[in-house]
Ligand binder design. Structure first.
Ligand SMILES: O=P(O)(O)OC[C@H]1O[C@H](OP(=O)(O)OP(=O)(O)O)[C@H](O)[C@@H]1O
Ligand SMILES: O=c1cc[nH]c(=O)[nH]1
Ligand SMILES: [Mg+2]
Length: 209
């Protein structure tokens, strides 16, 4: 459906810190999680509410708005998506988790699937796919393919940094989804890395550089 670039000052400030040369594993992890929380706040803005009557502090019946109970599954793409998970779950702690494992072949840039464990009755849930990087879009498209094959019809992607090439490919393959990102960067380099980007997000989160 569309791309949402979240230009909230806190998001932009934290992203600026994340891009620093030589950032420590600890700081990188913390910032990825924090930005994950802020992007989740934006991505859940349109969750349906319903009016409820409750007993308020004076003992009177008052009308309040509560979430309608739309069920959510968070879908981290291994490995790097795990880095966002704590931050995302902070806002939606009762969400179920569906894990997808994909490793991009660094030569062909094709995603190679190695794990899939989705929650049951996924057709009743909103899927929030989380991954720090949307580069060629191959990993995101493959994940959405898996979710749709399992019956899911309502899918949003939350990424920290997106390349125009990946956004275009993802929205062409799946025009019904929404993408939330802290930044739409310039382009992909000859190795398929986002410029200016963050480098290899998985390696930075796990300290495997
Ligand atoms: O849009 P694409 O071109 O598919 O690239 C993006 C993917 O690449 C990275 O994962 P990677 O394959 O490096 O795995 P990792 O998380 O285990 O490091 C990143 O976390 C995305 O999943
Ligand atoms: O820039 C990129 C592209 C893919 N994966 C990453 O971790 N970084
Ligand atoms: Mg990686």
């Amino acid at each position: 459906m569309s791309l949402h670039v979240i230009d909230h000052p806190l998001v932009q400030h934290k992203l600026a810190l994340l891009r620093e040369y030589g950032i420590s594993t600890k700081s990188f992890r913390e910032l990825v999680s924090e930005i994950g929380t802020l992007l989740t706040y934006e991505a859940t803005k349109d969750l349906p509410l319903q009016a409820n009557l409750i007993k308020g502090w004076q003992g009177d019946s008052i009308e309040v708005n509560k979430l309608q109970g739309k069920k959510i599954t968070v879908v981290p793409i291994l490995r790097a998506g795990l880095g966002m998970m704590d931050g995302v779950m902070e806002l939606i702690p009762s969400a179920k988790v569906s894990v997808v494992g994909l490793q991009r072949n660094e030569e062909t840039l094709e995603p190679v699937p190695y794990f899939e464990k989705l929650v049951g009755k996924i057709e009743q849930r909103l899927s929030l796919v989380i991954d720090p990087m949307l580069a060629t879009g191959g990993s995101m498209i493959a994940t959405i393919d898996m979710l749709k094959s399992a019956g899911c019809t309502h899918i949003k992607a939350i990424v920290l940094v997106a390349a125009p090439e990946g956004v275009k490919a993802t929205l062409e393959a799946h025009p019904d989804i929404e993408i939330y990102t802290a930044a739409l960067d310039s382009h992909l380099n000859e190795h398929g890395y986002i410029v200016p980007g963050l480098g290899d997000a998985g390696d930075k989160i796990f300290g495997t550089v």
